[in-house]
Design a protein around this ligand. Structure first.
Ligand code: URP
Ligand code: ZN
Ligand code: ZN
Length: 460
């Protein structure tokens, strides 16, 4: 089955021009003017629309056993939500508990996606302990197509690793050419501050920020930077939320540390007052690191514009407001952390970034797709529009106007953190390897067609 997208304005990270795109055998085979369509070709008229490379979310949780419960999406709901929102590739965090072995966990996470996902996918392999058996298992996982690890400097007693484990993980990553993604918060500071707040009777969701202020995150980043500097490993800071943490990453870069920086659409658009909303409403907005003071938002937008911040992810971690967030009704430390946003990342980034003039179209494509593909060894198969690349394309209608609502979302969670927010523009057609998978807010793809993306490490 072939596909022809006609009359669109193609926008990549570094080019913008009008042309037709012809796709066959899952890839882009021709780009040019007035291309013809052989019999049987599906033709899409993209006049007045942009054509972007499929967007890639580098940080999602679909299957996540966490804080005594499980995140709500499956690859059936999650991949549909992703595609409707213009995301054609997911990189999920595989997060074993400390008692589980890496290899068995990798196979478990893989089994959640294979045969169910409608979009392509990969995993960052979580290293939540480092014992005698760990190196051989991680080497085997890298052989099977994984080129990035994930570590947590937070979540003491759950996913968090100690400094010896951190050092050994980075050494191994350096040897294997694997990039290590990291959640950076000082877990001891968090644990002690949580105890103090609870002892003082401060239990509401708004206390979450007090328990982990910017200095806690900046210390986590500084800590990782020191270990990266001494081991020479390539690292990537996930969900960076504030100026103090960014300053640490930039200073380390100047010392020669190889560090990528990710922020989230939530930090760019929401601030800590949301988590302070009364009557437990704030629980919808509890995540880690927490939503910050709004003065950080211009710093993050400028960081994207200037290339200090490389990617925008979601850290999609959906927990129901009615049944799961109330686990922390009387103790904010028990509120399952996460703000669902997989479906809305691209649209919010366009509405609040491009349409407001904070970032240009090329930066939009770069931080939502191209830089992710480059950072995680998927480029140029993914992340751009060129001959031979996978035909993952987003025909985007900048004239669309609508509103976000839980009533129309595909994510399997009972609220939207952005309920009623207006959108300017959305994908009108989304393709995965040449097959139309979403049209105007509706999923029309094939569950189970999504493919595991075999990645080869390059970060030597
Ligand atoms: O609050 C968050 N970020 N939830 C998901 C787990 C993580 O830390 O990435
Ligand atoms: Zn995290
Ligand atoms: Zn996460």
């Amino acid at each position: 089955m072939s596909l022809l997208i006609k009359n669109g304005e193609i926008v990549t990270a570094d080019s913008r021009y009008s042309a037709d795109i012809f796709c066959e055998n899952e890839t882009i085979t021709q780009i040019g003017q007035n291309l013809s369509a052989p019999a049987g070709t599906e033709v899409i008229d993209a006049k007045g629309k942009y054509v972007f490379p499929g967007f890639i979310d580098p940080h999602v949780h679909i299957y996540l056993p966490f804080m005594g419960t499980f995140s709500k999406d499956t690859y059936v709901s999650g991949s549909q939500a992703a595609l409707v929102g213009g995301t054609t590739t997911l990189i999920e965090m595989c997060c074993p508990s400390r008692k589980d072995d890496a290899l068995a966990s990798f196979e478990l996470w893989m089994s959640q996606a294979v045969g169910k996902s409608a979009c392509d996918f990969s995993f960052h392999m979580g290293v939540t302990k480092f014992d005698a058996g760990t190196p051989s298992q991680l080497k085997e996982i890298v052989q099977r197509g994984i080129s990035s690890f994930k570590i947590f400097l937070a979540y003491k007693g759950a996913f968090g690793i100690d400094d010896t484990e951190l050092y050994r993980t980075l050494q191994l990553a350096r040897e294997l050419g694997v990039v290590v993604t990291a959640h950076c918060e000082n877990e001891t500071l968090v644990a002690e501050r949580c105890k103090e707040l609870l002892a003082a009777g401060k239990t509401d969701p708004g206390q979450h920020h007090t328990s982990r202020p910017p200095a806690v995150e900046a210390e986590g980043v500084h800590h990782l930077m020191t270990f990266a500097e001494l081991t020479g490993a390539a690292v990537y800071i996930v969900h960076l939320s504030c100026k103090e943490a960014l300053d640490q990453a930039v200073a380390a870069r100047q010392r020669g540390v190889r560090v990528g920086v990710e922020t989230l659409i939530q930090y760019l658009t929401l601030d800590k007052t949301y988590a302070e909303r009364p009557k437990f409403e704030g629980a919808k907005y509890v995540m880690s690191p927490p939503l910050r003071d709004a003065r950080n938002q211009p710093v993050l937008w400028a960081g994207l514009r200037d290339g200090l911040i490389n990617t925008v992810a979601t850290d999609h971690a959906p927990f129901d407001f009615k049944k799961q967030k109330p686990m922390g009704k009387h103790d904010f430390t028990k509120i399952p952390n996460g703000i669902p946003s997989l479906e809305e990342r691209v649209n919010l980034l366009y509405t609040h970034g491009v349409a407001t003039g904070r970032i240009d179209l090329h930066t939009f494509v770069a931080v939502g797709s191209t830089n992710v593909a480059k950072q995680f060894d998927l480029f140029p198969q993914k992340g751009t529009i060129q001959l031979g690349a996978d035909a993952d394309l987003v025909v985007f209608d900048p004239k669309y106007r609508g509103k976000i609502s839980v009533k129309t979302q595909h994510m399997a969670v009972d609220y939207s953190a952005f309920e009623g927010w207006p959108l300017q523009g959305r994908p009108s057609v989304v393709t995965v390897r040449g097959q139309v998978a979403a049209r105007d807010g509706k999923f029309v793809g094939t569950l189970g067609r999504g493919r595991f993306l075999n990645r080869t490490p390059t970060h030597y």
